[in-house]
Each structure stands twice: as C-alpha cells, then as structure tokens.
Design a protein around this ligand. Structure first.
Ligand SMILES: [Zn+2]
Length: 335
C-alpha cells in the first residue's frame, strides 16, 4: 500500500511546537528557557495526566510573540503533514493563551493565515478552528469569540479544549449558540478524561458535529448507538492517549472496538511535539502495535474525509485517492 491519504481533524497548532523551534523562537524573542538543549527539553516530556502536560505546554507558549512566529509554527506543521499524506487539516488554535501573553489577535491570525494560504502548494487544504480554554470559563469564551468576530472569515468553527474534568460542556451552552448563529462549525473535546456524560452534553447542549477524543463514550452502550446511528465522527488520538495515560498501553486502546461498533472514528495526533509523533506515526503504531489491517486503516482514512468540513465532491476526490492507495501494489507500509 502506498502512503495512505488522510485528513487530520484533531491537531492543536500550539502542540506542534518542537523543542528545536522552541529554542529558536526563544532566542529570536529574547526569552530565557531553563535549558537550550532540545534533547534535554524533550526529556522533560513525561506526563502523569492531561494537567501535567498542560502546565508545561502553556509555559512553552511564551516564546510565540509575533506573526512570524505563528507563521513558522504552522508552516512547519503543514510541511510535516504533507509528508504524512495529509490532504486536509482542520487546525485548532488557542487564542486565549496568546492574548493572555499580550499578543494581539491580529498577529495570531496573520501568522497562521499566511502559512495556511501557502498550504495548497503542498497539496494540503487547511482551515482553522478557534478553541475555547474550558478552564477559563464561559465568560472568557464569550469575550474571545467576540474579539475574534472581526476575523470571522479566517476560521471555520469553534472547539473546546484544555482541562476537561470539572468543566462540563453545558457551561458553554450560550457561547456555542452564539457560534452557531455566526454559521460556525462546532466541535468539542469530550470523553477523554471526562465520562460519557460529557459526550452527551457536547451533543445535546452544544450541538457539536464532531466529538474530539470521545473514547470514554465506549462505556455507555446507548451513547455508542447514538454515535453510530447519527454517524458522528470521533477524532481519536491514540499516541496522545498513551502519553497522557488515558490508556495504559496502545494494546488496551478502544479504537478497534470503536471500528467493530461501526463508529466514525478517525486517527489524529493531538499535540504531536509532545506525544511521540505526527499522524503518520499514529497510523504506523496502530498497524504495528495494535495489529490493525489495511482494511481497518483504510476505513479510518475514509472516515476522516467523511468528517471534514468541506463539500461532498471534494470528499469523494480524496476518498478515491485513499482507495487507490490501498489497492496499489507495493510494500505493506501504512501511512
Ligand atoms: Zn486535543
């Protein structure tokens, strides 16, 4: 099988900040780091849970100061994504973090937007999804959405990320209604560390079109039925789940069970600079460590294109490419 074309629908651009770029941007912006050795930085990326990752991650983001920094970050991700067979990337960004660091929203949009504008030359279609930091609460979410509306043509949807437990989706009912009224797509992280009740709320209260992670939905049979019957995509991030100890090992992951249940599961990298690899590495780990076969991997790729926020004709073009790659003779190398 040739390199498997896929879409990546759960990728935080801030989570693609590799230690090498962290060091480079810190030097450019005159920001002190505890160490400037990328390998020493990487060695600190050992996490107990989601919060231990977030604490380190937000600290690193102080190095992002200018539109050029955001451009460099997104351009590096898009180059890697193209190399992994990504045809479509719907990219999360966390403007509250940057505004909190004193960066104008325009710098964030200008930098990310400039990189996205060049992505077609790499064969990647890309758009932005603005995420609310759930641990800052609904009022702050309202404020950032209002501040971002002058840039409404630069992003296609809203999401909900950061610390999950203790911040249920229902807190964000009003701001999601406001996003819907603006014609924005709606997604939310739910069912990563939070239980199935968070997934129900994301669907019923926020009206999400996709659920990010959603792995704990598997604990609730009636929820599984709902997700299957309504073909609601789940953006699963296998290596992230292992790194943040949501599952003990990849062998314990529910992804094969999700496919057996007929759920619209997809494969994504979440915060790949921290979690051991980009989307290609996630596919490869599913193949080698979890033993998924080519039919299952192809199903995941097809699901990813079906889950994109693009028109149906474009989805069919990419799915035909994925089908051709699966049928192509050659070494059995997935994605
Ligand atoms: Zn995420």
């Amino acid at each position: 099988m040739e390199l498997l074309p896929t879409a990546e629908l759960h990728i935080h651009i801030e989570g693609t900040l590799e230690p090498e770029m962290l060091v480079q941007l810190a030097a450019r912006n005159g920001i002190e780091l505890p160490t400037t050795d990328p390998e020493a930085i990487r060695a600190r990326y050992r996490f107990e849970d989601l919060q231990s990752f977030l604490d380190l991650h937000y600290g690193n983001l102080r190095v992002l100061r200018t539109a050029e920094d955001f451009y460099d970050l997104a351009a590096a991700y898009l180059r890697r994504a193209a190399g992994d067979g990504v045809r479509r990337a719907e990219i999360f960004f966390d403007p509250q973090t940057h505004v909190g660091n004193g960066i104008p929203l325009a710098a964030v949009f200008d930098g990310l937007g400039a990189a996205l504008a060049e992505s077609a030359s790499l064969g990647v279609s890309a758009d932005l999804i603005l995420c609310f930091l759930r641990d800052r609460g609904p009022q702050a979410a309202h404020e950032i959405l209002r501040a971002a509306l002058p840039f409404r043509d630069r992003f296609i949807g809203v999401g909900l990320d950061s610390t999950e437990v203790g911040y249920p989706p229902s807190l964000f009912r009003d701001v999601y209604a406001m996003a819907a009224a603006e014609g924005l797509h709606r997604v939310a992280h739910a069912g990563e560390e939070g239980g199935p009740d968070y997934v129900w709320e994301a669907l019923d209260v926020l009206g999400v079109e996709r659920v990010d992670h959603g792995i704990r939905a598997m604990e609730d049979a009636s929820l599984v039925r709902r997700l299957r019957e309504e073909r609601i995509p789940l953006t699963v991030c296998p290596l992230s789940n292992v790194c943040l100890r949501t599952v003990d090992t990849l062998a314990d992951h529910v992804l094969p069970a999700m496919l057996d249940e007929g759920l619209a599961a997809t494969v994504n990298s979440d915060d790949p600079a921290y979690f051991g690899g980009y989307v290609g590495a996630n596919y490869e780990a599913l193949r080698t460590e979890l033993g998924l076969d080519q039919t299952q991997l192809a199903t995941l790729a097809m699901n990813s294109f079906d889950a994109c926020f693009v028109d149906e004709a474009q989805k069919e073009v990419w799915k035909a490419e994925a089908r051709a790659a699966v049928l192509a003779p050659g070494p059995d190398v997935a994605a």
